[in-house]
Design a binder for this molecule. Structure first.
Ligand SMILES: [Zn+2]
Ligand SMILES: [Zn+2]
Length: 134
């Protein structure tokens, strides 16, 4: 456990993992999320800009919720975010259905191939492991 400054309010708090935001600010974001969720449900036609303005929340934050699949737009709504691979409009998650399939296939083959590809180096010389450590 470490003591860190909250990125939002600057207060010191005991940080373990995840975003460097204190519990009070996490709660604030959580309350905001409930507000936005309710708003989206009642305003199906609202654009991202509108949602952002009416709820005083950053578009970036809204998109993050959508990527985390916490916020889902109605099938017939005009709002969406871009598929991270092909840029097609999607309503939730990171990828459109086609790209999701592709990613899942890649993942499956990746796992199968892994023993062959894995270099036989000591862990500390593996740059990838160092990167993960950060
Ligand atoms: Zn805070
Ligand atoms: Zn896609």
């Amino acid at each position: 456990m470490e003591v860190k400054n909250c990125k939002e309010c600057g207060r010191l708090f005991n940080w373990m993992n995840g975003p460097k935001i204190c519990p009070a600010c996490v709660k604030k974001v959580e309350d905001k999320f409930q507000e936005v969720k309710e708003y989206v449900r009642n305003n199906k036609g609202a654009s991202l800009e509108q949602i952002s303005e009416d709820n005083d929340v950053a578009i970036k934050q809204i998109k993050q919720w959508v990527r985390e699949e916490r916020l889902v737009f109605a099938e017939d709504s005009m709002v969406g975010i871009d598929c991270e691979l092909c840029g097609k409009m999607i309503r939730t998650g990171k990828y459109c259905n086609e790209c999701k399939d592709k990613v899942q296939n890649n993942l499956a083959t990746g796992i199968k191939q892994k023993p062959k590809v894995e270099p036989k180096k000591p862990v500390k010389d593996n740059p990838r492991m160092r990167f993960l450590d950060k």
